[in-house]
Ligand binder design. Structure first.
Ligand SMILES: NC(=O)c1ccc[n+]([C@@H]2O[C@H](COP(=O)([O-])OP(=O)(O)OC[C@H]3O[C@@H](n4cnc5c(N)ncnc54)[C@H](O)[C@@H]3O)[C@@H](O)[C@H]2O)c1
Ligand SMILES: [Zn+2]
Ligand SMILES: [Zn+2]
Length: 407
């Protein structure tokens, strides 16, 4: 079968690979109907999230049809249309029972302290083959697969696999309450979902910070106030627009590949020097040159803006991904401002039902951000467009059966 396979940093290939097989009684095999590319995949191809094993199939977002189930699988059956939770959790341990699925004690073969297990990730996360393929093996199928209601389209279901629950969790961790001012750093797919969730939860105003005009436009269309950080200083602007205090909650939906401003009032020489030092320290193996897979040049830029801009006693919610090697955080300033800082990988199994409820209650269609639909055959090209954040490439859907772009 066809699958997007990791060959090395900056090197991914659409390969022919063996069909997956049931390996344990709790496994299922699904035929992928639709999968997508995520900002997390970009960190791995860029090398800013290191430790990928040669031959790992990429991708952790999909909707599929169950084709086979192991003997112990009870909650899904052959023929069911399902969304896959990106994180792999056993569903049985104490953490899973507390709905802290991303902290599952059993699902990561590297042991309970190894961190979140997920599809298509570095060796420390399993490794488990991912979902940018024609078929996939799903471990702990009872916990990892969620049946989709009939009235939810494949495209909407696909975004419930990872980014919508992650954005929802980001807003929940930011403690969004009615009347709050909320800032979302990053208007990629995850940021867009955080914006939608913050508005749904009653935020009075949501500010959306990015540098890509088309992504800022989408945020504005959702009802957010856009701030281009190469035109305005985001920290000053946020303060001005919140009566001098700063937002009640800020969400980092960018992560390790953050870029710093290269022009405008927010540029500073200190930024330039610090970024150059940190870029090498946090991700020494990342790609340094070339036209594609360029890592960000301001790995702690968003963290610093979050701490500087949020009001005293405010909340910082970090959903952008940082590797364990990233150790820079302005803890002194956070302490003096009495901030609450929360950071997590998403516990998808907990948040998917909340996302389905939000869709029902507010007519929100997450698939509205799928600006490009493309067949799996075009996957590598799609990666390159998404990597460069080209206008119109906000979120890519890969459908194994289609070879024609219908964008
Ligand atoms: N916590 C989780 O479970 C989880 C799940 C999914 C994705 N993620 C992470 O969320 C992050 C975003 O994912 P995505 O798919 O939206 O990625 P993306 O790369 O498409 O989007 C990132 C956006 O951030 C913007 N950006 C860069 N530097 C910035 C800065 N200094 N200030 C403001 N904006 C800046 C970019 O222009 C881009 O639009 C990634 O780090 C991804 O790994 C986390
Ligand atoms: Zn993802
Ligand atoms: Zn568990």
């Amino acid at each position: 079968m066809k699958a997007v396979v990791f060959h090395g940093v900056g090197h991914i290939v659409l390969d022919d690979v063996d069909e997956p097989k049931i390996e344990s009684a709790s496994d299922a095999i699904i035929k992928i109907v639709s999968s997508s590319i995520c900002g997390t995949d970009l960190h791995m191809v860029r090398g800013t999230m290191s430790g990928m094993k040669y031959g790992t199939i990429l991708g952790h977002e999909a909707v599929g049809i169950v084709e086979k189930v192991g003997q112990s699988v009870k909650s899904v059956k052959v023929g069911d249309r399902v969304v896959v939770c990106s994180t792999i959790a056993c569903g049985q341990c104490a953490y899973c029972k507390a709905e802290e699925y991303a902290s599952c004690e059993r699902s990561n073969p590297n042991g309970p302290e190894a961190g979140t297990a997920f599809f298509g990730g570095p060796e420390t996360t399993g490794p488990f083959n991912g979902l940018q393929a024609e078929r996939a093996r799903i471990p702990y199928a009872d916990s990892v697969l969620v049946k989709l209601p009939k009235d939810v389209t494949d495209a909407d279901g696909l975004l419930c696999s990872d980014i919508f629950p992650t954005g929802y969790m980001g807003a929940e961790m930011a403690n969004v309450k009615k009347g709050d001012y909320i800032a979302v750093f990053g208007c990629g797919p995850v940021g867009q979902m955080a914006i939608a969730a913050a508005i749904y939860m009653g935020a009075k105003e949501v500010f959306a910070i990015d540098v890509c005009p088309d992504r800022l436009k989408v945020a504005e269309q959702q009802g957010a106030i856009p701030i281009n950080f190469e035109k305005l200083d985001p920290v000053e602007s946020l303060r001005e627009m919140t009566n001098g205090f700063g937002p009640d909650g800020v969400i980092d939906a960018v992560g390790i590949d953050a870029v710093r401003p290269h022009k405008g009032p927010a540029t500073s020489i200190v930024d330039v020097v610090e970024s150059a030092l940190e870029k090498t320290a946090a991700a020494p193996l990342a790609v340094l040159t070339g036209n594609h897979w360029k890592k960000g040049d301001g790995p702690d830029q968003v963290l610093r803006w979050c701490v500087e801009s949020v009001r005293k006693s405010g909340v910082i919610s970090i959903i952008g991904v940082y590797p364990e090697t990233e150790e820079t955080f302005p803890i002194g300033k956070a302490m003096s401002k009495a901030l609450t800082v929360r950071a997590a990988n998403c516990s998808h199994r907990k948040y998917i039902p909340k996302c389905l409820d939000m869709m029902k209650n507010s007519q929100f269609k997450p698939s509205k951000i799928l600006t490009v639909f493309n067949g799996l055959d075009n996957a590598i090209e799609c990666y390159k467009h998404f990597d460069k954040r080209e206008p119109g490439w906000l979120k890519v859907e890969l459908t194994p059966d289609d070879t024609e772009s219908c964008a």
